[in-house]
Write a protein that binds this ligand. Structure first.
Ligand code: HEC
Length: 138
């Protein structure tokens, strides 16, 4: 094998691996896909503010700032699909604990959220419901 063909093989290997690596990256949580909906922000009670902080720590990387979703990453939680009569509070606890199989959206599965407590989720739900109400989702 001459030097030239070795170089070609090396190039193909590098490009192949690069492509594999590139296309298998999980969506970059901080990459900031565009928000999927416009969210009006209500004034928040103290416990809703606690929820906002827990949301920012545990959920915003995927569901976006103000739960507005992120293109290519995860859906907005401020969305009619997640109104209380369709996804009750229990759905939030289950999602955080067990993850969610992709079924409404093309974003893939939601993994269980490590280290989030029931108390965190309870306050996150308060916060998300406040955002929903402020945006006509009841
Ligand atoms: C790694 C990304 C990621 C993180 C972190 C994440 N989610 Fe999700 N979540 C998703 C995706 C993607 C879906 C959409 C699944 C589908 O197609 O229905 C989803 C769906 C949901 C649903 C809908 C559940 C159902 O029954 O359909 C709820 C509620 C939810 N997430 C709440 C949360 C909360 C609360 C947090 C933070 C504690 C959180 N998620 C963190 C990616 C994420």
């Amino acid at each position: 094998m001459n030097r030239r063909s070795l170089l070609i093989i090396a190039a193909v290997a590098i490009l192949g691996f690069g492509g594999y690596y590139y296309f298998n990256q999980p969506a970059d949580p901080d990459g900031g896909g565009a928000p999927l909906v416009n969210v009006s922000i209500p004034s928040l009670t103290q416990s809703q503010q606690v929820g906002a902080v827990a949301y920012a720590e545990n959920c915003a990387a995927c569901h976006g700032i103000n739960a507005a979703g992120q293109e290519g990453v995860a859906p907005p939680l401020v969305h009619k699909i997640y109104e209380p009569s369709h996804h009750g509070d229990r759905a939030f606890f289950m999602a955080a604990l067990n993850g969610v199989r992709a079924h409404h959206w093309p974003f893939g599965n939601m993994p269980p959220v490590e280290g989030v407590t029931q108390q965190d989720v309870a306050s996150i739900v308060e916060y998300v419901r406040a955002l929903q109400r402020a945006n006509g989702i009841n």
